[in-house]
Ligand binder design. Sequence first.
Ligand SMILES: CC(C)(COP(=O)(O)OP(=O)(O)OC[C@H]1O[C@@H](n2cnc3c(N)ncnc32)[C@H](O)[C@@H]1OP(=O)(O)O)[C@@H](O)C(=O)NCCC(=O)NCCS
Length: 151
Amino acid sequence: MENIKFIEIIPSDFKEIYSIEKKAYPIPWSEKIMASMMEGNEYKIKITYYDKIVAYVFMMVVLDEATVLNITVDPEHQGKGLGRKLLQYVKTELSKKGIISIFLEVRESNRNAFALYESEGFHEIDLRKNYYPTKNGREHAIIMACMLMNG
Ligand SMILES: CC(C)(COP(=O)(O)OP(=O)(O)OC[C@H]1O[C@@H](n2cnc3c(N)ncnc32)[C@H](O)[C@@H]1OP(=O)(O)O)[C@@H](O)C(=O)NCCC(=O)NCCS
């Protein structure tokens, strides 16, 4: 996709982002959590395509470690390389800020996301059993980490 831009998320993006969130997940973040993330000082980036938001990421940064809290591509634009571009963008930017490792959690059933993370240098470091609620039970969370190269 041409004409995409990487821009910091601002509180007024809430409506557009939350409508993608609800389309993208059977169990989305609650409005309250999303609202607090939008207002908070997390590292947060959106991809826009002709001024429309098509993807976003929220990350928590503590000292030299970052954690992906939410990375989402609008279902209408999934599978076009945006998720990979967003991940590559944050890896580069965070590396410049001196971050040395990125952590994330992924549902065991989310094979697409797992494949993306593995191909971007993340590896499995732990398993949290029965961590996530599902529509009809629980599933494991795979914890993954990626080391960033700093000079
Ligand atoms: C997971 C997600 C962020 C990936 O973003 P995306 O833009 O759809 O993915 P990309 O087009 O960049 O593809 C990157 C890789 O992901 C995997 N992938 C993505 N979509 C896939 C699909 N439909 N089938 C199989 N693999 C897929 C592939 O490994 C792909 O690499 P390749 O194209 O070299 O084969 C996005 O699909 C999404 O938002 N999904 C719903 C929300 C979610 O699961 N978020 C992650 C929670 S941990």
